[in-house]
Design a protein around this ligand. Structure first.
Ligand SMILES: [Zn+2]
Length: 461
């Protein structure tokens, strides 16, 4: 059995980190003991070898735990891994946030009884998973979100699942120290999601008539089409000319072809007229869509409106409303999943709200304007409620890629189809190389260019 000795303070937080790595990631039992030393030590009783790691984050923070500040003294470092060590898909370099400053190379010496891994992997995990910097900072964008631009970490850090990579490095050290260990292997998971911000186009009549005209005149078979048009009008199915509805049907059909199940997050009830749709789950038109979605094993999640992320009362009302009007068989599921509209998030309060209302799963944590790894990981983990110093029962599935963050001017502003696809596919491969979860969000209302379809079909495979 693996034993991890930890420096004495912040036991609750350190146990969380160790469980995440050894139990959840490696699938191994572990015992945790305190010792009066200033470092972590990993042993196996029968084997006369151990691994030592520095305690940097918790030691530094003990004097200023959760202290408000907008600047952190962090010196990001890129370590070179010694010859033999390679992280699959990521080569022989790793980024680190908290580490022993004197070292620059990481190496394993099989002759030594104790090998020193100079990266504070446990502290780094806690810092990233708890959104510790966001909690302490009061910098926000116009939607009151913390953005990657306000962070003391670089875009290079957010482009990589740095914690997952460090966990792989620690595994290499474990394997070399304790050769008979075997770990759990996980395969990459594709998780296709859609936020149905606009079930139907609000610009309806003008856009619809434009599309009908386009449909009628851009090809020759006029007569045939007029007949089709008659049928459509007779059936009152003008929805076929609604671009947002068409986007939704397209997502349903394409994923069905491939055999993907899709998660659709939908706003149960308006919380702010400017940014939330006025079609609630009570509305007949929304119910038609939600029922269509729930066929073929797709999942409906709630997409709590604009003013819920920092307001327990509003969130609670939304949840009650959703449960009352739950579209399928009127029975709300026992497992409720959620994603915040506009990805609004306040590390000081949102985890507490989700936990108080017994939300089972959230998938809001990605930056609105920067795709990648906001919390350094592509694996699910339990959200941390820093305010109350506790681990919640809410599973977070990190959001890795939202289409608009690639195409929009505020985001990566990539509009060359080949370049956009390459960028997205690289993100996907970063997750798959580690056996993590690639969570994709593509809005039904955002198939605005022809090449969007082509990219979408390739990326969901
Ligand atoms: Zn939304």
């Amino acid at each position: 059995m693996i034993e991890v000795l930890i420096p004495e303070n912040f036991t609750w937080a350190k146990e969380y980190c160790i469980d995440n790595i050894f139990k959840k990631r490696y699938g191994l039992d572990v015992t945790i003991k305190k010792h009066d030393k200033k470092y972590y030590l990993i042993n196996i009783s029968e084997i006369n070898k151990n691994i030592k790691l520095p305690d940097i984050f918790f030691k530094n923070e003990s004097k200023q735990w959760l202290k408000k500040r907008n600047k952190f003294n962090i010196a990001i470092k890129e370590f070179v891994l010694d010859d033999g060590i390679q992280i699959k898909g990521f080569g022989n370099k790793i980024y680190s946030i908290f580490h022993n400053i004197e070292k620059t190379i990481i190496k394993f010496d099989k002759e030594k009884k104790t090998n020193f891994l100079p990266v504070d992997i446990f502290g780094s995990l806690f810092f990233m998973f708890s959104s510790y910097e966001e909690y302490c900072s009061d910098l926000r964008d116009s939607h009151l979100r913390f953005s990657e631009k306000q962070s003391c970490l670089s875009k290079a850090i957010y482009s990589l699942p740095i914690i997952d990579i460090q966990i792989e490095l620690l595994w290499i050290f474990c394997m070399k120290s304790f050769p008979n260990l075997e770990r759990k292997v996980s395969n990459g998971v594709m998780r296709v999601t859609c936020d149905v911000d606009h079930p139907y186009s609000q610009r309806s009549l003008f856009i619809k008539s434009k599309n009908i005209v386009k449909f009628l005149f851009n090809k020759r078979e006029y007569q045939k089409k007029t007949n089709t048009l008659k049928k459509i009008i007779i059936k009152e199915n003008l929805n076929n000319f609604d671009t947002d509805y068409a986007g939704l049907k397209y997502i349903l059909n394409k994923n069905k072809e491939i055999g993907n199940k899709v998660i659709f997050y939908s706003i149960p009830q308006q919380t702010y007229w400017r940014y939330d749709t006025n079609l609630s789950w009570k509305d007949k038109r929304t119910r038609i869509i939600l029922n269509e979605i729930s066929k073929n094993g797709n999942t409906i999640g709630i997409h709590p409106g604009y003013n819920t992320f920092n307001n327990l009362n509003n969130f609670e009302k939304t949840l009650k409303f959703a449960k009352k009007y739950w579209p399928i068989k009127k029975n709300p599921p026992t497992y409720i999943i959620s994603r915040q509209h506009y990805l609004r998030w306040d590390a000081q309060i949102t985890p507490e709200i989700l936990n108080t209302l017994n939300i089972d799963e959230d998938s809001s944590l990605g930056f609105a304007n920067f795709p990648g790894f906001r919390n350094g990981t592509c694996f699910p983990y339990f959200l941390i409620d820093l305010k109350n110093e506790k681990i919640t029962d809410v599973t977070e599935i990190p959001l890795i890629l939202m289409e608009s963050s690639v195409f929009s001017k505020n985001g990566m502003n990539i509009n060359d189809p080949a370049e956009a696809y390459q960028f997205m596919n690289e993100l996907k491969m970063k997750c798959f190389n580690l056996g993590g979860v690639f969570t994709l969000l593509w809005h039904n209302s955002n198939f605005t260019e022809d090449f969007h379809h082509e990219i979408y079909e390739n990326i969901i495979k």
